[in-house]
Design a protein around this ligand. Sequence first.
Ligand SMILES: Cc1cc2nc3c(=O)[nH]c(=O)nc-3n(C[C@H](O)[C@H](O)[C@H](O)COP(=O)(O)OP(=O)(O)OC[C@H]3O[C@@H](n4cnc5c(N)ncnc54)[C@H](O)[C@@H]3O)c2cc1C
Length: 181
Amino acid sequence: MYKGPKYDFLIVGSGLFGETFAYKAHQAGKSCLVIDKRPQLGGNVYCEKTEGINVHKYGAHIFHTANKAVWDFVNALVPFNRYTNCPLANYHGELYNLPFNMNTFYQMWGVHTPEEAQAKIAEQRAAVSAKLDGSEPRNLEEQALLLVGRDIYEKLIKEYTEKQWGRPCWSDVRGRQWIQK
Ligand SMILES: Cc1cc2nc3c(=O)[nH]c(=O)nc-3n(C[C@H](O)[C@H](O)[C@H](O)COP(=O)(O)OP(=O)(O)OC[C@H]3O[C@@H](n4cnc5c(N)ncnc54)[C@H](O)[C@@H]3O)c2cc1C
């Protein structure tokens, strides 16, 4: 039986959600106990100083919001650097602009107009849809293939996602065999 101090809230997890909840509850006069199974606070956005640089231990994070109330809230807590995210993806020596834009589609297929790119994606999605034959996607791989087609999935989503989450995009018996051409 717990005999320690009493709290209004026990918050399990000190990520963005738990920390924001604790902060707001505290402001409203409530007491909170925040616990976490990791040895540090911050959840997935936790940073560690490595050679003077803040490194996101659990994967890179960029904060963006179109909500002014959220923007004002976070800026009252901490200063932000202005940053435009315009990375190049290197897929086995092929370079692609990210996030996807017409440059990406030109680099991938040599197309010049959104209509040509849409037609290419639609063609690849239709091929996946035919293979699924009406059954629900059973893992991220099938879902992504269904949404964006094979080229975008394999070149710009698959390896990046598997590296970040540390697990394969497919997770059932059909997965590996099914995706092979
Ligand atoms: C690689 C990666 C990149 C991302 N990039 C972005 C980005 O650029 N921009 C963006 O907006 N979002 C990004 N996200 C998503 C973002 O990390 C999450 O939306 C956000 O961190 C979720 O906050 P949270 O508080 O819900 O969960 P988390 O940050 O996951 O925190 C949950 C906490 O709860 C703890 N916990 C869980 N279970 C227990 C338990 N049973 N007992 C005790 N403690 C427990 C965990 O240890 C963890 O600290 C990214 C996520 C990943 C993984």
